[in-house]
Design a protein around this ligand. Structure first.
Ligand SMILES: Cc1cc2nc3c(=O)[nH]c(=O)nc-3n(C[C@H](O)[C@H](O)[C@H](O)COP(=O)(O)O)c2cc1C
Length: 315
């Protein structure tokens, strides 16, 4: 009997559905499947009000998560595998999931195989690297990473995802924009990963960091997003520090700075896209290698890259 723990958080239900599909083939007598929905002590109401949405930005980027309510498992309990289902908030793992990692319950990952399942609009690179670090810090053995992004082109999701987050509406929009969130077929196809695990349960017994989900298309990296996301992450950090200087989440004193951040973001996004396209065109021969190696890093551990020889493109 293998003990598997699924730790997750979800607002629209996309992460929940993804985790359920992922584990479909693990619902067997040989597996004891334990579900743990993380409950933060701070409420993040969905759909979001515009201000509350931007007000979580500094804490996301500065890694200042809320405390979480005690889960059903104890930190000392032993599992053969922990699957972490999470979403991206402002290029970082969502605050409830960060809250889990900062809690004493994250001890459950120590010496245990961990698979991450990230669901987001399309900008997951920084969050994924952050969560890899968090897993390493608590001594987890990160064996695989699976990425699922929203349906539609980047331009379409630029409208459909905020519409979903701010109004809760998921349906097709304006006659030509796709439904928001993840495509049902993509969710359903995640069961191939659980099937691979179910067919190799014995491999969960050893403590080898060997990936188990190679060759199943766990991660697809779109190189076009690498530079915009790196620029975004670099620009976000000082903004988050300044905003935090003006007060805590929910405080009146930081309303002006959060509003300024939100307004500048609207102008910054097209500028970042133009700058990153120019950088990619002008400096292609110089940055090609760095980008290629960063892509390998992003694909790891399920991808083919050798982690030790890879560096962040801006370091
Ligand atoms: C506050 C906030 C910030 C977000 N920031 C990002 C982001 O930086 N990159 C991204 O790809 N998606 C981002 N998203 C979109 C979510 O990751 C996406 O909607 C995900 O599917 C949510 O899953 P859930 O509804 O199951 O919680 C953000 C969502 C919220 C609420």
């Amino acid at each position: 009997m293998k003990r598997v723990l699924v730790v997750y958080y979800s607002q629209s239900g996309d992460v929940t559905r993804a985790a359920e599909s992922f584990t479909r083939y693990l619902n067997t007598p040989e597996v004891e499947l334990n579900w743990e929905c993380i409950k933060p002590k701070v409420d993040y109401p969905s759909p979001w009000s515009l201000y509350k949405f931007f007000d979580v930005f500094p804490e996301c980027v500065n890694q200042e998560p809320p405390e979480i309510y005690p889960p059903k498992f104890s930190g000392d309990e032993k599992f053969d595998l922990v699957i972490i289902g999470y979403q991206v908030w402002f290029l970082a793992p969502s605050l409830p999931i960060q809250g889990f990692f900062k809690s004493k319950y994250a001890k459950v990952l120590k010496g245990t195989k961990v698979i991450t399942l990230v669901v987001c609009r399309n900008m997951w690179h920084s969050a994924s690297e952050t969560i890899k670090k968090m897993i390493a810090e608590v001594g987890g053995i990160h064996i695989d990473n699976v990425v699922l992004t929203h349906q539609g082109s980047p331009l379409a999701t630029f409208v459909t995802t905020p519409r979903l987050l701010l109004t809760g509406k998921k349906n097709r929009f304006l006659g030509f924009l796709p439904a928001a969130g993840v495509r049902d077929e993509d969710i359903s196809a995640l069961s191939r990963f659980g099937k691979r695990l179910a067919n190799n349960l014995a491999a969960l017994s050893n403590s080898s960091p060997q990936p188990m989900l190679k060759g199943l298309g766990a991660v697809e990296v779109n190189q076009r997003y690498v530079i915009p996301e790196v620029i975004g992450w670099v620009v976000y950090r000082p903004w988050a520090k300044i905003a935090r200087f003006f007060g805590k989440q929910g405080s009146w004193s930081r309303i002006p700075i959060i509003c300024i951040f939100a307004v500048q973001l609207v102008f910054a996004i097209p500028i970042v896209l133009i700058v990153s396209t120019a950088v990619q065109l002008l400096f292609a021969p110089l940055i090609h290698k760095k980008i290629a190696s960063y892509v390998e890093l992003l694909k790891a551990p399920s991808g083919v890259g050798e982690k030790s020889t890879i560096t962040h493109p801006l370091k």
